[in-house]
Design a protein around this ligand. Structure first.
Ligand SMILES: NC(=O)c1ccc[n+]([C@@H]2O[C@H](COP(=O)([O-])OP(=O)(O)OC[C@H]3O[C@@H](n4cnc5c(N)ncnc54)[C@H](OP(=O)(O)O)[C@@H]3O)[C@@H](O)[C@H]2O)c1
Length: 234
């Protein structure tokens, strides 16, 4: 199959719903997300930089039902949706070639007071997700899942339609990728609120009102609206 037809069959497969989720990172966020995605009926592949055999036992115990894969094997990257759940300062250890054309959720945060100061983000006026997107040339990056605590991911979910259902923001430049991510967020048990282009992810980065709280869809829309002039000025 040519790379173009492989790409279009990937697009066709993801145009409705994702079925396989590849998670890079098996730490707090990666494992909580894996369990929540399994509960929602997804097939989950999870990778760290360690060999799959080394992770397999831990994955069986901590995220039963998920499959441990090697990050170098491309199996995680070859999923309908790939989630980046690694410490942000390690983003350059990702393989851009493997992620090109893929829908990639960037759940990572630049949070200097907690993780330390990194020049890539400190000296760049763009959002951390835009820096990551530039590195992952060709990946369809959507920023999301970064403003919910790992422990909350499995506690705050609610069925669709409940007025108190928690909402999660997403931002990205690729409308089709965002539609797939919206459906994923909904199946995880949250309302998805589109904040706009990837640069609009600034409104839910660390230290913002959105990042530090829990909000319904209406509340989240209002906060995104309120943050718009600030994002435009940055
Ligand atoms: N903690 C939260 O509540 C929370 C909530 C939302 C978002 N976030 C964001 O999510 C990210 C992960 O946070 P965390 O708390 O889950 O971190 P963590 O517990 O330290 O886990 C990080 C994981 O990433 C793996 N890793 C590192 N480089 C990798 C690579 N190139 N490929 C695959 N796996 C790799 C690590 O394993 P090896 O080193 O063995 O490879 C480890 O399993 C951070 O950017 C954080 O800001 C955190």
């Amino acid at each position: 199959m040519s790379s173009q037809s492989a790409m279009s069959s990937q697009s066709a497969r993801t145009s409705q719903h994702a079925t396989t989720i590849g998670i890079l990172g098996a730490g707090r966020v990666g494992t909580a997300l894996a369990r929540q995605a399994l509960k929602a009926g997804y097939q989950v592949r999870i990778a760290t930089r360690q060999p799959a055999a080394e992770n397999a036992l831990l994955v069986d115990i901590v995220t039963p039902g998920a499959v441990a894969v090697a990050v170098q094997s491309s199996q995680a990257a070859a999923s309908d949706l790939v989630v980046l759940a690694i410490p942000l300062h390690k983003y350059r250890t990702l393989n851009p070639g493997e992620l090109a054309g893929r829908i990639v959720i960037d759940a990572m945060n630049y949070w200097a007071p907690v993780d330390g100061v990194f020049d890539d983000f400190e000296s760049d006026p763009r959002t951390s997700s835009e820096v990551v997107e530039e590195f992952l040339q060709g990946a369809r990056v959507v920023k999301s899942l970064n403003h919910i605590g790992y422990h909350e991911l499995e506690e705050d979910d609610k069925p669709a339609g409940m007025p108190t259902r928690r909402a999660l923001a997403l931002a990205g430049d690729d409308a089709q990728a965002k539609a797939v991510v919206e459906s994923f967020i909904d199946r995880l048990g949250y309302d998805a609120v589109d904040a706009g282009f990837l640069a609009a992810g600034r409104s839910f980065e660390p230290a913002t009102e959105i990042f530090t709280g829990s909000h319904t869809a209406n509340q989240l829309r209002a906060l995104i609206q309120k943050a718009r002039p600030l994002a435009a000025a940055a």
